[in-house]
Design a protein around this ligand. Structure first.
Ligand code: XLS
Ligand code: NI
Ligand code: NI
Length: 436
């Protein structure tokens, strides 16, 4: 079978001076940063859904993308062939990981049994290709939002039979993720939300979602799946309100239902901005709770209010991500997963290479800049110094729980008006620019 990427050479690091658009200017997999190779820091992952199945359609127009692997009748055989094109691309990019949904690798069947059979046939090829290339599965997931049966939600559907169907689908998805040695499993709440509260029993739906996640955790134990579970926040799209709205909402949900031990967060940049947050904010919220798991690396367009899922090229963004990631010890099970798609106008397969190369370079640069800022130390020193009043005296007594309101009243009557220092935002912005 002639591959769509046969003429492309493996992408190599050529350094910032190179004019070759199909080379890395910054991503040098074996280069060591803070004691670890770039490859191990960044753990890049390519997604199957946008990369292979994205056709470039939008609500005003048909797909535009030229995709040789989509020419066919949508058979299982075609799905198997598509996998080989995908692995060739990932291999040439030198990305160590990938991620997929059950229904984007294999076609829907008329029955669940048929869908499972289709999936098994494709998983066989995924396994062969993983073995051939050494590329690993970052996480698997089930697509619980495309089929009309999920119109009211999956785990939060008003129909118990839909919950049962979704459970059966996730059961199978967990099994294949385990078979493929997946390092994680992600729950993104596809249609778990509502369009109107007039028809919604929110409390009951949330209880059901928690029940569903507990069942998944139990089943993983039964089959010996040891991968990390993730929940992926998103505030809206496709529903008006998604229950997993942002990192804080997810953490509250996990705590309320006794699930914090079992799930970490998979944060996505464009979802953060839809929630009115920066990606760094979301990562800090997760990191502070010990739940910073993985990231879906993309970006939105500030002029458009949608989940446009563009490839990340903004060095400030990647620097912020990597600063927070390094602060919390780096990725362990997770990675930088490009949940991103090329623009509708970028319709040729080669655009997929430009897109991923740009994203990988932007993150490599962000990593190097973050490491340089940490090595320099002025930023960390500034923050540490800003909180020095808590290191001894009354500050330490408050943190240690040694004093209450009465003691503080007595203290402040004596000490008088507090003395304040500037937050120096502009000074710090200039400092960061020294490194970018
Ligand atoms: C959609 C989500 C989705 C998840 C996987 O907005 O980002 O792609 O990452 O189901
Ligand atoms: Ni995502
Ligand atoms: Ni998204």
């Amino acid at each position: 079978m002639p591959s769509a990427f046969a003429r492309i050479k493996p992408v190599q690091y050529e350094g910032p001076k190179s004019k070759n658009p199909l080379s890395f200017k910054w991503y040098n997999p074996d280069e060591v940063v803070e004691g670890k190779t770039m490859k191990d820091h960044l753990r890049f992952s390519v997604v199957y859904w946008h990369t292979m199945r994205g056709a470039g359609a939008d609500m005003f127009g048909w797909g535009t993308a030229k995709r040789p692997w989509e020419l066919g009748e949508g058979t299982v055989k075609q799905a198997q062939d598509r996998v080989r094109h995908f692995f060739e691309l990932v291999e040439k990019l030198g990305a160590p990981y990938y991620a997929f949904h059950d229904r984007d690798v294999a076609p829907h069947g008329k029955t669940l049994a048929q869908s499972n059979k289709n999936l098994d046939a494709v998983v066989k090829v995924l396994k062969e290709e993983q073995k051939r290339t050494g590329i690993k599965l970052l996480w698997g997931t089930a697509q619980l939002f495309v089929h009309p049966r999920y119109m009211h939600g999956a785990a939060t559907s008003c129909e118990a039979d839909v919950f049962a169907y979704a459970a059966a689908q996730v059961k199978k998805a967990l099994e294949v993720t385990k078979t493929l040695g997946g390092e994680g499993y992600t729950f993104w709440g596809g249609r778990e939300g509502y369009s109107t509260l007039w028809n919604t029993d929110m409390k009951r739906e949330l209880d059901h979602l928690a029940r569903f996640l507990h069942m998944a955790v139990d089943y993983a134990k039964q089959i010996g799946f040891k991968g990390q579970f993730y929940i992926e926040p998103k505030p809206k799209e496709p529903t008006k309100h998604q229950y997993d709205a942002d990192a804080a909402a997810c953490l509250n949900f996990l705590r309320e239902y006794g699930l914090t031990k079992h799930l970490k967060l998979n944060l996505e940049t464009n979802h953060a901005t839809l929630a009115g947050h920066s990606m760094q904010h979301e990562m800090e919220v997760a990191g502070a709770a010990g739940a910073l798991g993985s990231i879906d690396a993309n970006t939105g367009d500030l002029m458009l209010g949608w989940d446009t899922d563009q490839f990340p090229t903004d060095i400030y963004l990647t620097t912020q991500c990597m600063l927070t990631m390094l602060k919390y010890g780096g990725f362990t099970t997770g990675g930088v997963n490009f949940d991103a798609k090329v623009r509708r106008e970028s319709f040729e397969p080669i655009d997929l290479l430009h897109a991923h190369i740009g994203g990988m370079d932007a993150f490599a640069r962000g990593l190097k800049i973050a490491a340089a800022i940490r090595q320099d130390g002025r930023l960390a020193d500034f923050v540490k110094n800003r909180y020095r009043s808590w290191d001894d005296g009354i500050g330490r007594d408050i943190e240690k729980g040694k004093v209450g309101f009465k003691e503080l009243e007595k203290y402040i009557l004596k000490a008088g008006e507090p003395k304040l220092e500037s937050g120096r935002q502009e000074f710090l912005e200039n400092l960061i620019n020294e490194f970018i």
